[in-house]
Design a protein around this ligand. Structure first.
Ligand code: PGA
Length: 242
């Protein structure tokens, strides 16, 4: 089955490095059975939109503002993102929750503003190691879903959820595939209760070309949010061609 594979380049590349990587990936990935999205930083978005113009790779952003325009110094408008060809936007990534103190109320506003502009939000949820060890992972995630998706209307819109256990991000220690499958089943049913719609749930956290096939075969894993392994063209292409 076709999976959605999203590259999250975070703030890891220089401007030129981003362009070179986008060119390499789009040149080498002429045909692929999965749906591929690249999320570069804001600076390189416009140039990468041009690079991807004639490819099947879709453009995503790593964040967007709570409103379309106004006195919001430093923010980037979802309306403007849409106008340059962005289709997906990652929202509520654990790094933003932690380093930028984003809470579920802000994330909820960002989701609504993105949907208003027909962007597809990729809502990230996931538990910390200490929460997992205390047996609270599902509780934490239900809360993130309930608050993040509060009054979100998906009648004419799409949304994706990314399950990213925080302890698995960038650690080289991905979750066990069967455990991920169980969490995905749980997240799908919780999200369905809130949204009255089945939405895809991606897995993120130390996905690479070696472990991806064990996740691919899980029924409720609809794709992947890939950080570190998306920064090397050969590695990312291997993942996309699975
Ligand atoms: P990772 O990052 O693949 O490097 O673990 C995933 C993410 O943070 O989205």
């Amino acid at each position: 089955m076709k999976k959605l594979i999203i590259a999250n380049w975070k703030m890891k590349l220089g401007f030129n490095e981003s362009l070179v990587l986008a060119k390499k990936i789009s040149n080498k990935l002429k045909s692929n059975k999965n749906n591929i999205v690249i999320c570069p930083d804001y600076l390189s978005l416009v140039s990468i939109a041009n690079i991807l113009k004639n490819s099947k790779i879709v453009l995503g952003a790593q964040d967007s503002a709570i409103v379309d325009s106004g006195a919001y110094t430093g923010e980037v408008s979802p309306l403007n993102l849409k106008s340059i060809g962005v289709k997906y936007v990652i929202l509520g990534h654990s790094e933003r929750r932690e380093h930028l103190h984003e809470n579920s109320a802000i994330i909820n506003d960002k989701i609504k503003a993105a949907l208003k502009n027909k962007l597809i939000p990729v809502l990230c949820v996931g538990e910390k190691l200490i929460e997992r060890e205390a047996g609270e992972a599902k509780l934490v995630i239900s809360d993130q879903l309930r608050r993040g998706l509060n009054k979100v209307d998906l009648k004419n819109n799409n949304l994706v959820i990314a399950y990213e256990p925080i302890w698995a991000i960038g650690s080289g220690k991905a979750i066990a595939p069967l455990e991920a499958e169980e969490m995905h089943q749980f997240i799908k049913s919780q999200a369905n209760k809130i949204l009255k719609k089945i939405v895809p749930v991606l897995y993120g956290g130390s996905v690479d070309s070696k472990n991806i096939s064990s996740f691919m075969s899980q029924k409720n894993i609809d794709g992947f949010l890939v950080g570190g392994a998306s920064l090397k063209s050969d590695e990312f292409i291997k993942i996309c061609l699975q």
